[in-house]
Design a binder for this molecule. Structure first.
Ligand code: CP
Length: 323
């Protein structure tokens, strides 16, 4: 079909992907990260066509199991699976038997008996998704586990940067905000480090995790110093749901010292782009004028989210599972 392009995005164009699950960026080799970004590039083209579909997952079943709220991740995994032809089921945890006390492992065993090909799981506990992957017979994708990892977010962030800057290696990315409680920061530090991107974390001491000095990243507590010469400014929200007690004296004071506004952004490179994984708290970590301004690529990140999740599903669910 003319709109379908010349089979672009078919998994046959890429060598078989060695991983069965995607739990952590730390499990991926550099070439596997690049492979996923290249697959996603093809999926962007598919998603921009009038007919946004490929038959690569026809006959496969994908269950999205979200124990925490999500707008972007859940809907983009659903769209991704459907664009590739999978049967996609969204399990509502609120109305499932989890609300009657069923354990995570029993829920997993129940879903596993329905013979899905992939479970996409978000959970508030770090390590919960990996535990679940050991109890089921299908692929498992981590859609965010506590403060541990959010691997597809890091992949979509890298794809966004690569598309805007034309490269990744040699760039400087400043990740600013609640680093201590952020799975997005952790996955990004791992992924960007693996691709030879220089990273910085910028936060008050109370929002930096213990042992940050041992990671391959520069640490700044002064926002303006941390932004100097940055090619990319990645803002994070305060993760109140994961923090123990008060992390900052007041939101007003936090914004005064760590909020991204025009004056502060002027310390980054003149062509620096501004990113945010969402959900955003306008007026807390970012000035609405910056969030909606010409240097913001936040909606591009959302578009890349669908492409990356299509790529991950395409890579993890090869034809070998078909009867
Ligand atoms: N970035 C992100 O994970 O957003 P959601 O919580 O809306 O999925």
């Amino acid at each position: 079909m003319p709109q379908q392009t010349s089979q672009a995005g078919q998994s046959g164009d890429f060598p078989p992907f060695a991983q069965r699950h995607l739990i952590s960026i730390a499990d991926l080799q550099q070439h596997e990260i690049v492979d996923l970004l290249d697959r996603a590039e093809r999926m962007i083209a598919i998603s921009r066509q009038e007919r946004k579909s490929l038959p690569t997952l026809t006959g496969k079943t994908q269950i999205n199991l979200f124990f925490e709220p999500s707008t972007r991740t859940q809907s983009s995994f659903e769209i991704a699976g459907k664009r590739l032809g999978a049967l996609v089921v969204n399990m509502s945890v609120k109305t499932s038997s989890v609300s009657k006390g069923e354990t995570l492992v029993d829920t997993a065993a129940t879903l596993n008996a329905m013979r899905p090909d992939v479970l996409v799981v978000r959970h508030s506990a770090a390590g919960a998704v990996e535990l679940l992957s050991q109890k089921v017979g299908c692929s498992v994708i981590n859609a965010g586990d506590g403060a541990h990892e959010h691997p597809t977010q890091a992949l979509l962030d890298a794809l966004t940067i690569r598309n805007h800057k034309g490269r990744l290696a040699g760039l400087t990315v400043a990740i600013c905000g609640d680093i201590a409680n952020s799975r997005v920061a952790r996955s990004n530090l791992l992924l960007l480090g693996a691709l030879n991107v220089r990273t910085r974390v910028v936060a008050p001491r109370t929002l930096l995790p213990a042992g940050i000095e041992n990671l391959a990243t520069e640490v700044f507590t002064d926002m303006e110093e941390g932004l100097k010469g940055a090619d990319v400014v990645m803002m994070l929200r305060l993760q109140h749901e994961r923090a123990n007690g008060k992390m900052i004296p007041s939101v007003r004071e936090y914004y005064r010292f760590y909020g991204l506004d025009e004056a502060r952004l002027a310390h980054a490179r003149p062509d620096a782009i501004v990113m945010h994984p969402g959900p955003m708290n306008r007026g807390v970590e970012i000035d609405p004028a910056i969030a909606d301004g010409p240097r913001s690529v936040i909606t591009d990140q959302v578009e890349m989210g669908v492409a990356v999740r299509m790529a991950v599903l395409d890579a993890l669910l090869p034809a070998r599972n078909q009867p």
